[in-house]
Design a protein around this ligand. Structure first.
Ligand SMILES: [Zn+2]
Ligand SMILES: [Zn+2]
Length: 477
C-alpha cells in the first residue's frame, strides 16, 4: 500500500472515530448499539459442602467455682497463664472468657493473632470477634469434637474438625488411591479430607419482621387518570412492550401524548406502590418451594436475579436482584421465603440447582437455629438430564423464565438498577395477581377480591388501591 493511501485511511478512521464520539456527545447514544444477549445461565463454582455442624450449647460457668473445684481435686491452685513473649499474647480485645468469665490472665491466645482464644479454666476455645450470646458452638457432626477455626475470609471464618480419629477424616483418607496419598504429601491443599464448615460474619438478622415500605400514589397529582396508568402498565408489563413503543401506542391508538420517560416514571411509581402487597400478602403456600437464578443485564453488566417460588401454587416469593451471585444474596432470598412461610409444623424443603451457595445459606441459618432442608437437583436449570421426579419442576422453572424473558427481551437490558428493580417488581405483581394460569384452571395464583368483569387496566388500579389500603391498615394496627 502506498504511504499516501495509508495516510488517507488513517485520516478516515480518525474522522469516523470523531463522528461517533460527537454523536454520543450530542445524542447521548451509541450509534450502533451492540445487540445484548438474553438472560443466560452461567456455570457456578463447584464446591464440596459438608453436612451441617452440630450446634451444642455450652452452659455458662463460673470461673471461681471452677478454680475451687480444681483446687479440691488436685490440691493445687490453677495458676494464670505464664506470658513468655509479648507475641504469644495478643488478646487485647478480650477481657474475660465468654463461658466462665475468667479474666484475661487465664486466657491463651490459642491461634496467635487470629483471634482464637483458649480458656485455661473451663477449656473453652473461642473467637474474640464473635459474640457468644447463645453460648452455642459448632461441633463436628461426625465425631462431635468442637471445631477449630482455621481461616478468615472476607465474609466468613472457616472451621474444621482437627480430630485425627474422626470418622469423616478416616473414610476420606481411605478413599484416596496410593498415588493420591503420595501427592497429598506434597500438595495437601488439593485434597479435602477433613470436615469443614463456614461461619458467615456479615450482619444479617434472619426472620425479622419487614417494614412496609411503599409509596402512595396520589392520582390527583398525576397528569394522567388512573385508567391511563392502568393502560400503560397493561401494555408495558403484561405485553412486554418497551416504554418507547408504549408511548407511541398511547398516541397512535388512544390519542394521548405521553413521553416514554413518563411511561418509565409511572412504572417506577406503580412498582413502589404495589411492592407492599407483593411482600405482605398472606399467601396460601404449598410445600413445593424452588429457587432459581437468572442473569440479566443492567447497565451493560450481568446481574443475578434470584427467584424463589411456590411451584404448585405459582406464587413468586422472592425476586431479589443482586450484582453478585453469592451466599449473602442466597440468604436474603431464602429469608424472603421463610418470612412468608411463617412458622410451620413440618420442615420446609427448598429445591434448588447444584449451586453451593444454597448449602452455605443453610449453614448460616442453622447458626441461628433456623432449620430447613435443601434438595439440590443437578440439571434442574441447565441442559443436564434430571430425574423423572423433578422433571415437572424443571418445566415449571423454564416456563417462569420464559414468561419473564418475554417481557424482558424488548427492553434489551436495563439502563439503571432501579429501573430493572421496578420492572421485576411489576412482573411479579403481574405473575402473582393478574396472570391466569392454565395449570390453575385459568385462575390467577392469588385470588384477590376484584370487581367482576374488571378490565386489565382496572385490575392494575385495584392492585395499587389494595396495596395502599394494606399500608393504611398495617400502620394503624
Ligand atoms: Zn472459661
Ligand atoms: Zn470430626
Amino acid at each position: 500500500m502506498s504511504p499516501l493511501l495509508t495516510f488517507l485511511l488513517t485520516i478516515i478512521n480518525l474522522q469516523n472515530d470523531l463522528i461517533q464520539k460527537m454523536y454520543i456527545l450530542l445524542v447521548g447514544k451509541v450509534l450502533f448499539k451492540p445487540r445484548l444477549p438474553d438472560p443466560i445461565r452461567k456455570d457456578y463454582r463447584k464446591l464440596e459442602i459438608d453436612d451441617l455442624p452440630l450446634m451444642i450449647t455450652h452452659e455458662k460457668m463460673d470461673y471461681k467455682e471452677l478454680l475451687q473445684a480444681h483446687f479440691k481435686q488436685s490440691g493445687k491452685v490453677l495458676k494464670p497463664v505464664k506470658r513468655r513473649t509479648k507475641s504469644t499474647v495478643s488478646i487485647s480485645s478480650v477481657k474475660i472468657c465468654p463461658r466462665c468469665d475468667a479474666p484475661a490472665d487465664y486466657l491463651y491466645a490459642n491461634n496467635g493473632t487470629k483471634g482464637q482464644c483458649w480458656c485455661k479454666v473451663c477449656d473453652f476455645k473461642f473467637n474474640d470477634r464473635h459474640s457468644y450470646r447463645f453460648k452455642m458452638a459448632m461441633h463436628c457432626p461426625h465425631c462431635e469434637r468442637l471445631l477449630s477455626q482455621i481461616k478468615e475470609r472476607h465474609e466468613f471464618f472457616v472451621y474444621k474438625c482437627a480430630n485425627n480419629s474422626c470418622s469423616y477424616y478416616i473414610s476420606k483418607l481411605n478413599q484416596l488411591t496410593s498415588d493420591e496419598k503420595e501427592e497429598r504429601k506434597t500438595q495437601p491443599e488439593k485434597y479435602k479430607v477433613r470436615y469443614i464448615t463456614r461461619e458467615f460474619t456479615f450482619d444479617f438478622q434472619p426472620m425479622q419482621e419487614r417494614t412496609l415500605e411503599g409509596e402512595r400514589i396520589d392520582f390527583t397529582r398525576l397528569h394522567s387518570s388512573p385508567n391511563v396508568v392502568g393502560l400503560i402498565l397493561t401494555y408495558h408489563v403484561n405485553y412486554g412492550i418497551t416504554a418507547r413503543k408504549t408511548a407511541q401506542l398511547m398516541k397512535d391508538v388512544h390519542g394521548l401524548s405521553i413521553s416514554h420517560q413518563t411511561v418509565l416514571n409511572y412504572a417506577r411509581l406503580a412498582a413502589k406502590a404495589i411492592k407492599p402487597l407483593i411482600d405482605h400478602h398472606p399467601y396460601d403456600l404449598s410445600d413445593q418451594i424452588c429457587g432459581d437464578e437468572t442473569y440479566i443485564r443492567v447497565l451493560g453488566k450481568w446481574n443475578y436475579l434470584f427467584f424463589f417460588f411456590d411451584a404448585k401454587n405459582k406464587i413468586i416469593l422472592s425476586y431479589r436482584l443482586s450484582p453478585n451471585r453469592d451466599t449473602p444474596s442466597a440468604i436474603q432470598a431464602i429469608d424472603d421465603v421463610l418470612v412468608k412461610l411463617g412458622t410451620r409444623e413440618e420442615k420446609v424443603n427448598l429445591i434448588v440447582d447444584g449451586n453451593p451457595i444454597y448449602l452455605l445459606a443453610q449453614h448460616f441459618f442453622s447458626k441461628h437455629q433456623i432449620y430447613f432442608d435443601v434438595t439440590q437437583v443437578i440439571g434442574l436449570t441447565n441442559e443436564d438430564p434430571v430425574s423423572t421426579e423433578y422433571r415437572p419442576l424443571k418445566q415449571i422453572i423454564e416456563r417462569l423464565n420464559r414468561t419473564f424473558k418475554g417481557g424482558y427481551k424488548p427492553t434489551h437490558g436495563f439502563g439503571s438498577f432501579h429501573g430493572s428493580e421496578s420492572h421485576i417488581t411489576l412482573f411479579v405483581a403481574y405473575f402473582n395477581f393478574l396472570r391466569k394460569h392454565s395449570a390453575l384452571e385459568n385462575r390467577t395464583p392469588v385470588d384477590l377480591p376484584m370487581k367482576s368483569g374488571a378490565t386489565m387496566p382496572q385490575r392494575w388500579c385495584q392492585l395499587i388501591e389494595q396495596s395502599q389500603q394494606l399500608i393504611i391498615h398495617k400502620n394503624l394496627a
